[in-house]
Design a protein around this ligand. Sequence first.
Ligand SMILES: N[C@@H](CCC(=O)N[C@@H](CS)C(=O)NCC(=O)O)C(=O)O
Length: 208
Amino acid sequence: MAEYTLHCFAQSGNAYKAALMLELAGADWEPRFVDYFGGETKSAGYRAKNVMGEVPLLEHRGLLLSQSGVILDYLAGTLGRWGAADEGERREILRWLLWDNHKFTSYTATFRFLRALAKDPDPAVVDEFGRRARAAWGVLDHHLAGRSWIVAGRPTIVDLSCCGYVFFDDEIGVDWSEFPAIHAWLARLKALPRWKHPYDLMPGHPRP
Ligand SMILES: N[C@@H](CCC(=O)N[C@@H](CS)C(=O)NCC(=O)O)C(=O)O
């Protein structure tokens, strides 16, 4: 058995955040496929492990951790990489993690789900989430202009958090060259040794 087990599925950008961190660090990890589209996250068995009924869920040394931000923070400690160097950085990382979970990932993921995975979505709802996602993309693009990474001038867990869904650009229907600083940041992420696309890192793609 691997040291880390990540409960995940290929279409989950939230799970990708943790999978990518484990992979980039060369950690001894294995995915455990969660059949989200078959309803597994709603099952009593899964909810007994995570009452929130979500992936990612990380198992490590008897601990069960959920919420990608918590998992990334935990892994920064155990893997000794991509964490804060001081209190100021810790607050900046927390600040962007909270924003990512509330706006950047959340609106992008919902927009992509409605657009690419949902059956018969209400077009007005799709438009509204597209508008919110686009506003969040604008914020990150503005922040990244003149910067290589979101905080601290080096990659941190916040870059891994914010990149959860951005590599699904075809499903989102965005051309990142419209957001030049995000576009350049994505190229930097892709150039990190061992980088992989979510569909090459986690099980469940293509869907049966
Ligand atoms: N804020 C959570 C979001 C997790 C999340 O939304 N996971 C989705 C997949 S990407 C999920 O498992 N949803 C299951 C459900 O809602 O039934 C995190 O960052 O871990």
